[in-house]
Design a protein around this ligand. Structure first.
Ligand SMILES: Cc1cc2nc3c(=O)[nH]c(=O)nc-3n(C[C@H](O)[C@H](O)[C@H](O)COP(=O)(O)OP(=O)(O)OC[C@H]3O[C@@H](n4cnc5c(N)ncnc54)[C@H](O)[C@@H]3O)c2cc1C
Length: 327
């Protein structure tokens, strides 16, 4: 039963509201999945520390939720504490010459951060226009679009330790960034904020960047579904995983293989379908369950494996599954 009440346990942190049985489906882009056993939205680093300490004390698993743009939550939900950071401050510090440092807290949405920057004549992050998510989720995955990676802009960040609650400032190299890769994925540390080195620009350059932003979004909307999806479901292959070559280069793009198996807009399970716009995007038609999406993804894995001998692996993060449901 969903009670959605504020708990009143003795060991509860005083300034932090922890609720129970909170629905998660409406907090993700796929719009599926069961509830969080416990849920809170810390508004400061201190509250985030309280949440982590409480989970430790209660021996609960923790999941840190951003905008839910890259996750698939099981129909059973998450049997632990979901922390959704409501830390949403943005701070500007002057850098050397034309550069400017912008610190954004983990709960700031990336589209809001881009708008904030362009309004203040600050350039750089607009290359990620049209991509949903928070700063926390974006650093976790090392957000990417064509040749741009978020790690190219990140200078330092504050993180909190899962076990000790200790807060530390880390520089870019600590994150061990790669394509779809960062130290945060070990789930030992959670992001509190990140500082990006960006560039001051003239009014004219800012106006040009705004136009470019509109063009990027227009291009994205014409190519990708814009709701009830997690974006790319499978990651691209690594060089050593594939043998197919094109123009002397390894064909690492998973969409190439998914296009070849002919599932775009046709393959479906229950309320889940492969997007007609992009073969690597699964879409909830409105009534999908998490199980439908999992079955659809598995069917896609099987088809690629049968035809090419390689198995696509998810970029989308699976949350709350007792056993790993994919191949
Ligand atoms: C329509 C659409 C298009 C997309 N296009 C792109 C694209 O072009 N490029 C791209 O890279 N991605 C793309 N994505 C994926 C998604 O936008 C990114 O992965 C985004 O960064 C997810 O952010 P989030 O806040 O929603 O994270 P969530 O989905 O909520 O979480 C993702 C992961 O980040 C972790 N996390 C979140 N916050 C923190 C924190 N504070 N500390 C530690 N870990 C944290 C979570 O625990 C989880 O493991 C797309 C998604 C959609 C829906």
């Amino acid at each position: 039963m969903i009670t959605n009440t504020v708990l009143a346990q003795q060991s509860m942190p005083s300034s932090l509201h922890i609720q129970s049985q909170v629905p998660l489906a409406d907090k993700t882009w796929f719009k599926v999945g069961g509830p969080a056993r416990f849920f809170c939205e810390p508004t400061s680093a201190a509250e985030f520390q309280q949440a982590v300490a409480w989970a430790q004390e209660q021996r609960l698993a923790v999941f840190v939720l951003g905008e839910g743009a890259n996750i698939l939550i099981s129909d059973a939900g998450f049997d632990g504490l979901v922390i959704r950071p409501a830390l949403r401050n943005i701070l500007i510090h002057d850098g050397a010459e034309q550069s400017v440092m912008v610190t954004a807290e983990a709960g700031v949405s990336l589209p809001d951060l881009i708008t904030f920057c362009l309004d203040k004549n600050i350039l750089g992050l607009e290359e990620f226009s049209g991509i949903p998510g928070t700063v926390g989720g974006s650093v976790y995955i090392n957000l990417h679009y064509f040749e741009f990676l978020l790690s190219q802009f990140l200078v330092s960040a504050q993180v909190v330790n899962r076990q000790t609650g200790q807060v530390q400032t880390m520089t870019n190299d600590w994150f061990n960034f790669g394509y779809n890769q960062s130290t945060l994925q070990a789930k030992e540390w959670y992001l509190l904020d990140a500082t990006f080195k960006l560039r001051r620009c003239s009014d004219l350059e800012a106006a040009y960047a705004r136009g470019r932003r509109i063009e990027i979004i227009r291009h994205r909307v014409s190519r990708y579904p814009a709701k009830n999806t997690c974006g790319s479901f499978f990651r691209n292959f690594h060089n050593d995983e594939v043998t197919v070559e094109s123009n002397g280069k390894k064909m690492i793009y998973v969409a190439y293989y998914l296009d070849k198996i002919g599932v775009k807009g046709t393959l479906s399970v229950g309320g889940a379908v492969v997007s007609y716009q992009h073969a690597n995007m699964l879409v909830n038609k409105g009534n999908a369950t998490s199980a439908d999406l999992v079955q659809l993804a598995r069917a896609m894995q099987e088809l690629v494996r049968q035809q090419f001998g390689i198995t696509p692996q998810p970029e989308c993060i699976l949350v709350g599954f007792d056993t790993y449901p994919l191949l």
